[in-house]
Design a protein around this ligand. Structure first.
Ligand code: SF4
Length: 429
């Protein structure tokens, strides 16, 4: 019998795409890949290190998995494994520890762990692997690494410089995913707006998106995170003019104060951020815009925070991901005095999270009566209820007798329940 392997992912969309790569390699090595939560002989944690909390989550997950699977082989890989090799001693539960910078070592380990199984003949398509991991939207990683030097960020150290997938490989993956039934492809990357710059391309992300649209016909595309200055007119035109491009963007803000942005080494001012978002909102009505915001960066005064509240809560954005600043060893800002007292940091985080609630409520209320295109991700019970994600990235529960998981369904929105919209199949498919 083949040995079973499950990949458990912590962190961002890029990590989810990496997990599909790990699962592919495991299948080539001879494993049967099973969804996380199923019994498995080998458990791979694809860890994250973007915050201290992500480190903690990765460690807690390892301990929980070990308790539930005393006989499984436990492998820690991903960004946390790469940046914190010294933490090995904190986690005797983990059998193997391999960073993101050692893909060959991971492949070798997988081959050794699967040694009892004959290798597979076929390499599965990306989407087939996503489905094995229990997902109905495909995460296509088009780019890895980052050349920026944000003062607080460990990612360039963890992942290295920018590398882009070739256009031909991206098209091939998207076409195969579409043939395999994918109806939403999420283009992910660590710094996706810089796609192609390693080859000298200009506006590479927009050009790639245009090519993917012309080479496919059924699936829609979602952009992950795009930095404000990388929202080019061509990208806005695609968001505005092409139905198969989801009206949703995540645009990291981090701070609304020019002084803090400069200290963070972010390459824009609050006005330039505002101007980019205003342009995209006016050309793509109804677009959902989200942002990351850091509260309590070293040197952030009450007046700086006011600026952030003004920009973040001002109505251009409709959801905020708020993080309290915490120093990451190995970053530039780790050498600075973390001078915003913990209680004040907590207060600023709470204020931003309140603003987030208000923005979300307002945006969701604005969806009442609209018909949204929703990808059905899972069935709920047996009476025709499903849950899925709308084109504008809202969780939707809907009733559609006869619908199948994976399909795109037009859903008329009838109510808001917390952070979820509910509705019914509007027909006309
Ligand atoms: S752009 Fe800045 S925050 Fe984003 S990954 Fe690169 S260094 Fe980190």
């Amino acid at each position: 019998m083949r040995r079973r392997l499950a990949v458990v992912t912590v962190g961002c969309k890029a990590n989810f795409a990496d997990s599909a790569g790990i699962a592919s390699r495991a299948m080539r090595a001879g494993f049967d890949v099973v969804p996380a939560g199923n019994p498995a002989d080998v458990l791979v944690i694809n860890s994250c290190t973007v915050t201290h909390r992500a480190d903690r989550d990765s460690r807690a997950l390892a301990r929980r998995l070990r308790r539930g699977n005393p006989r499984a082989v436990l492998v820690m890989t991903g960004c946390y494994a790469q940046t914190s090799p010294d933490d090995r001693s904190l986690l005797p539960e983990v059998d193997h520890w391999i960073g993101t910078g050692e893909p060959e070592a991971l492949s070798g380990l997988l081959r050794a762990l699967a040694a009892d199984s004959p290798p597979r003949m076929e390499t599965p398509s990306g989407f087939a692997v996503d489905r094995l991991l229990g997902r109905t939207r495909m995460f296509l990683k088009i780019q890895d690494g980052c050349d920026a030097a944000c003062a607080y960020c460990i990612v360039p150290k963890a992942r290295g410089g920018i590398r882009s997938l070739s256009v031909a490989d991206a098209v091939e993956s998207a076409r195969r995913a579409e043939e395999d039934g994918a109806r939403e492809i999420v283009l992910t990357g660590i710094h996706a707006g810089r796609y192609g710059t390693d080859r000298g391309d200009r506006d590479g992300l927009a050009a790639l998106l245009e090519t993917l649209l012309s080479e496919t016909s059924l699936c829609r595309f979602r952009l992950g995170s795009v930095e404000p200055l990388e929202i080019t007119p061509k990208l806005v035109a695609l968001l505005a003019g092409r139905q198969r491009v989801c009206p949703h963007l995540h645009v990291p803000l981090q701070s609304g104060s020019d002084r803090v942005l400069q200290r963070m080494r972010r390459p824009y001012t609050a006005d330039r951020y505002r101007e980019r978002l205003q342009r995209v909102s006016s050309e793509v009505p109804g677009i959902r815009l989200g942002a990351d915001v850091i509260a309590g960066f070293p040197g952030e005064t009450a007046a700086d925070f006011e600026e952030t509240m003004k920009l973040a809560g001002g109505g251009l954005l409709s959801c905020l991901h708020v993080f309290p600043y915490s120093a990451r060893a190995g970053t530039e800002s780790a050498g600075w005095r973390d001078d915003v007292p913990a209680a004040e940091k907590k207060r600023r985080v709470a204020m931003l999270r309140d603003a987030d609630e208000t923005l979300r409520e307002k945006y969701l209320a604005g969806q009442m009566g609209r018909t949204l295109s929703v990808v059905a991700e899972s069935a709920r019970g047996e009476d025709g209820w499903f849950r899925g994600t709308s084109e504008n990235y809202v969780d939707v529960a809907f009733r559609s007798p006869g619908c199948r998981v994976g399909e795109l369904v037009p859903v008329r929105i009838l109510a808001v329940r917390g952070r979820t919209l509910t509705g019914e199949d509007a027909g006309g498919r």
